[in-house]
Design a binder for this molecule. Structure first.
Ligand SMILES: [Zn+2]
Length: 329
């Protein structure tokens, strides 16, 4: 029998099935990349003689999601160089990553605050300080010159890999052009604060710059590394930084739009079963969850569940509901 991961034993009992947090991967050794190579520790630049876009790949915005860091480390060890433009590889929340421990792998998501909720000018230019705000300010010169950015993440609860495109047409276009993974979801982010992809440089409707966020699979699954690797190389090919591979056609993406954010209003929020991220519920009115006296049902047919959180605390997002966009891209 599989032993329950230790950190789950410290959580209160809940009727939902718990995620099986098998740790198939271990944190990469980033020590070769932490020196002050380009003026900012943990940031590596490579510039091609030919002009082209500045493409930025960010890993470790959440310190315990290191599949993306493994892929950036792999690109650096392979000495991948852009054919044009500039490639910047950013290991973001190094302070949180340094605290990762297999015995409590969820604790190192951040040190003081979620680094993916601080990306507005007001917070970044305020006198307020935190580990994450300080680091966001340190890497800001890279973010502020990015033409195209992909932010690499993974998921605690099981679900299909997807690309979050934010709310912009440019994000949607970029995500569907990458096509790997082929599931693209447009959304408006979180009330708690803007994500990196919601930063004004990318999220202003008239901006020529574009960003997307990869959710590549379960945090510590080996498949998540390969999904990330594949998506990163597809992006670099799409931007012309890596040569095109003619025999690997881009898959047709499926594009959905988040229509509803279901927030747990009571501590007794319970899904009726452990839904998977990316699951499509065919019938309108299907019961998803009970939240105190309220029933949560699908508002339309073919409703997709985006990253359900099977154990939401009161006030936390339990699930986002997404609808296939029309006209289809
Ligand atoms: Zn994340």
């Amino acid at each position: 029998m599989r032993r329950r991961p230790k950190f789950l034993e410290t959580l209160p009992p809940a009727p939902q099935a718990l995620p099986i947090c098998t740790q198939e991967i271990t944190p990469p050794d980033l020590s070769p990349w932490l020196a002050d190579h380009c003026g900012i520790p943990g940031v590596m630049h490579h510039e091609a003689p030919r002009p082209g876009p500045h493409v930025v790949l960010t890993a470790l915005i959440h310190g315990n999601e290191f599949a993306g860091a493994i892929v950036l480390d792999r690109l650096l060890r392979e000495q991948v160089r852009p054919a044009c433009g500039r490639l910047s590889l950013v290991f973001a929340n190094l302070a949180a990553f340094a605290r990762f421990t297999p015995d409590n792998p969820v604790a190192s998501r951040f040190v003081e605050e979620d680094m993916n909720r601080v990306w507005n000018r007001q917070s970044l230019s305020s006198p307020r300080r935190s580990t994450e705000l300080d680091r966001a300010r340190a890497i800001l010169p890279v973010i502020d010159t990015a033409d195209i950015l992909m932010d690499l993440h993974s998921m605690l609860w099981p679900g299909a890999p997807l690309i979050l495109a934010g709310a912009t047409e440019s994000g949607r276009r970029l995500s569907t052009m990458i096509g790997d993974p082929p599931l693209v979801v447009s959304d408006h982010g979180h009330q708690a604060g803007p994500r990196l992809i919601d930063y004004a440089r990318f999220a202003d409707p008239d901006s020529p710059y574009a960003a997307c966020l990869l959710e590549a699979g379960a945090h510590w699954a080996a498949d998540t590394v390969e999904t990330t690797d594949s998506a990163v190389r597809a992006l670099l090919r799409h931007c012309g930084l890596l040569p095109a591979v003619p025999e690997s056609p881009v898959a047709a993406s499926r594009h959905l739009v988040v229509t509803d954010i279901v927030t747990a209003q009571t501590p007794s929020f319970r899904f009726v079963r452990p839904f998977l991220g990316g699951e499509i519920i065919r019938r309108q009115g299907t019961l998803l969850a009970q939240d105190g006296p309220d029933e949560i049902r699908t508002p339309y047919p073919d409703c997709m569940l985006v990253m359900p959180n099977l154990r939401p605390g009161r006030g936390q997002t339990a699930v986002r509901l997404a609808q296939t966009s029309y006209p289809r891209p």
